[in-house]
Write a protein that binds this ligand. Sequence first.
Ligand SMILES: CC(C)(COP(=O)(O)OP(=O)(O)OC[C@H]1O[C@@H](n2cnc3c(N)ncnc32)[C@H](O)[C@@H]1OP(=O)(O)O)[C@@H](O)C(=O)NCCC(=O)NCCS
Length: 186
Amino acid sequence: MPEARSRGLRAVSDLPRLRVIEERDAPAVLDAFDDDDMRRQGTIRTLEEAENWVSFMGGRGERLALAIDLGGHMVGAVVVSSIDQENETGWFWYWMHRDHRGKGWMSRAAVTLADHALTEMFLHRLELGHRANNPASGGVARAAGFIQEGIEREKFLVNGVRIDVHTYARLATDPWPETPRLPLDL
Ligand SMILES: CC(C)(COP(=O)(O)OP(=O)(O)OC[C@H]1O[C@@H](n2cnc3c(N)ncnc32)[C@H](O)[C@@H]1OP(=O)(O)O)[C@@H](O)C(=O)NCCC(=O)NCCS
């Protein structure tokens, strides 16, 4: 294979793409949840629990759950759930496998899905909240065009400590951020 073509293919495969979550993602989900920083995302300790999570998330209707796919392997998830068709709203959340954080991929995945939800899915308002002691999540939210609306004071009790939650939303009419998008295969 010519060198330039080989370099080109490598560049493409080094960038994740977004696709729907599939049954084959269960082992990757199980591995991702083996992480103290994922405790607030739920508990997945067995392959069966991971298969149930994947099966639930893969269903369409009340949610759209996307895998962040790197070379065929799921490394993260970005989700619009609790979709309220009457009010055209949805709840937005995300996680990235511990080995793939800090590369800007989550920000890119989040803005890509948020754009899609506010256009193709005809939603008007996406909402999210993150713990005040999870600043990376706030970075993702802002990069994806979300605007902070408030602070829910001392909402959670985590290991005996009360934690504020920062609430954000992005409206279909808000300015679109310049964060680069990821390929989206639906
Ligand atoms: C939150 C999470 C998804 C962030 O993933 P990530 O791979 O670090 O995200 P990105 O690389 O896209 O970067 C996020 C942004 O936060 C910033 N950031 C990262 N760590 C930070 C920190 N400790 N303080 C402030 N900002 C931080 C980054 O610089 C980046 O901002 P930028 O684009 O302006 O540079 C990841 O840490 C995670 O999965 N955590 C566990 C699950 C979780 O908490 N999910 C969110 C629930 S609300």
